[in-house]
Ligand binder design. Structure first.
Ligand SMILES: NC(=O)c1ccc[n+]([C@@H]2O[C@H](COP(=O)([O-])OP(=O)(O)OC[C@H]3O[C@@H](n4cnc5c(N)ncnc54)[C@H](OP(=O)(O)O)[C@@H]3O)[C@@H](O)[C@H]2O)c1
Length: 443
């Protein structure tokens, strides 16, 4: 049986998990693929470090370049993280014609276009299943399962830390800071949590999905992102009373094409955003709780499809890497030409819609003086901006100088809403800046 030797760069959480998974299920994979996978070398920063997964010392080295260049290594697995050395690792391997497997969403987000161009130039593939949603094989879904569909929507809960925090805030009525501290203690959030809670981890992931679905590599700087740090237990409570759950939702939504423009593939304009969102309680994504991820993909032929699972962690991520190892090993066995490359640019003129033009419904929470005429003033500002109010709720039982006022707002674009809110915030009857959270109806 043909043997494929792996050079793994990085032996941490994911690298250790992949080593362990290859030992555990390598024989099963060999019987399915007709190819035997063998770890030939593993580069780490410190060969003497104590590791949760035991790696034979003879495999370990600090010389990643030696592993990548080793003629015995057929396939390079980049699991070191970061975007600088990892980029060099991937480019060096591709230039040698070696397929690369990576779990590194930050690397793809920053350098995806360059890496895919190099893969094409040197006739080697670059696989990245583990970079989005951990154990959920969502890249394969878009690359293969739904290849005959135009993708009309992607809604993702893509960051387990955010989802864990929002779930506990909802069920325990706890505040953000309190749950975050607990999540850090339990290992569900990093000591430096900003990449997760500010939404940038989800941004990297949704950018990859948007690129794959729409055929142009999405520039991460054009993705609008808002974190969950400003969500309060009060908003979670009011959202619940209105029949909604707050989720950190990543959205890919092409603007409707004018009917007379036909089905041409040029010039798609696509919303790619990450922000906290009110999700109706009867929608399936409202019940995705704790560290779980889920992705809803709508295709123009298939309709709605849903994928659910663990979005991170050693075993879930290793499972995704194994899937890529199988693909890359088959490339080596059968040649790349007979197979679909992992990313095929096909919409060079596509563009991300600027946030100012993104339309959605909104939940507004205002802290106002409880005095006749207050609502009329706020409504007048919204009316002048041609922004419609769909309902108004003034929860009872609040004492003191100010009271909460909740407005549910019809579809409006972000720019118009921002201008109206700036005027509302300047009213003397408004005691603190309005809280604005978008509402998704999944149409
Ligand atoms: N953890 C997850 O659940 C998860 C999920 C999906 C995707 N990912 C992605 O997977 C990648 C790896 O994440 P991880 O959690 O496994 O990270 P990690 O635990 O920090 O492991 C990183 C590994 O890379 C090694 N390394 C770093 N710099 C090196 C260098 N210059 N030369 C050689 N080795 C070097 C480290 O060596 P030492 O061990 O000696 O320090 C370590 O073994 C990242 O891109 C991450 O975004 C992670």
């Amino acid at each position: 049986m043909q043997q494929v030797n792996l050079g793994i760069i990085g032996g941490g959480t994911v690298g250790g998990g992949v080593f362990q998974a290859v030992q555990r299920n390598g024989a099963l994979m060999a019987s399915r693929l007709g190819v035997c996978l063998r770890v030939a070398g593993m580069a780490v920063r410190d060969v003497h470090k104590k590791r949760a997964v035991r790696i034979p010392p003879a495999l370990l080295t600090t010389n990643w370049l030696g592993v990548v260049r080793d003629p015995q290594v057929h396939l390079v697995v980049e699991l070191m993280g970061g975007t600088t050395t990892a980029r060099t690792v991937a480019l060096t391997a591709l230039r040698l014609g070696k397929p690369v497997v990576t779990a590194n969403k930050a690397l793809l987000s920053a350098h995806g276009e360059e890496l895919f161009a190099a893969a094409q130039q040197y006739g080697a593939n670059l696989y990245y299943e583990a970079s989005v949603a951990g154990g959920i094989p969502i890249i394969k879904v878009l690359r293969e399962g739904l290849i005959g569909n135009r993708i009309t929507r992607i809604y993702g809960i893509l960051n387990g830390t955010c989802n864990y925090i929002l779930t506990r805030m909802k069920f325990e009525g706890a505040d953000f800071a309190e749950v975050l501290a607990d999540a850090q203690r339990l290992g569900y959030a990093e000591a430096e949590p900003s990449l997760d809670v500010d939404g940038h981890d989800a941004l990297h992931k949704i950018g990859i999905l948007a690129s794959l679905a729409h055929g142009f590599w999405v520039n991460p700087k054009q993705i609008h992102v808002e974190g969950i740090g400003s969500i309060t237990s009060l908003d979670i409570k009011f959202a619940g009373q209105l029949g909604y759950t707050i989720k950190q939702l990543s959205i890919v939504k092409p603007l409707e094409r004018a009917a007379n423009r036909g089905p041409a593939m040029d010039g798609s304009r696509v919303q790619v955003t990450v922000y906290p969102t009110l999700v109706p309680n009867d929608h399936v994504l409202a019940s995705v709780n704790h560290v779980f991820n889920a992705v809803l993909v709508r295709g123009d032929i298939v309709g709605d499809t849903l994928y659910y699972g663990r979005g991170a962690g050693q075993d879930a991520t290793a499972s995704a890497v194994l899937s890529d190892l199988a693909d890359a090993a088959l490339d080596l066995k059968c040649g790349t030409k007979s197979r679909i490359p992992p990313f095929v640019p096909h919409e060079r003129a596509g563009a991300v819609v600027p946030i100012g033009e993104v339309v959605s419904r909104y939940y507004l929470r205002l802290d106002v003086v409880d005095r006749p005429g207050t609502l009329a003033r706020i409504a007048a500002i919204l009316g002048r901006a041609r922004i419609g109010i769909s309902s108004v709720i003034q929860p009872e039982g609040h004492e003191g100088d100010s009271v909460p006022l909740i407005l549910m707002i019809h579809d409006a674009n972000h720019a118009a809403m921002g201008r109206a809110l700036a005027r509302i915030n300047r009213l003397a009857v408004v005691k603190s800046p309005a809280v604005m959270i978008r509402v998704e109806n999944f149409e």
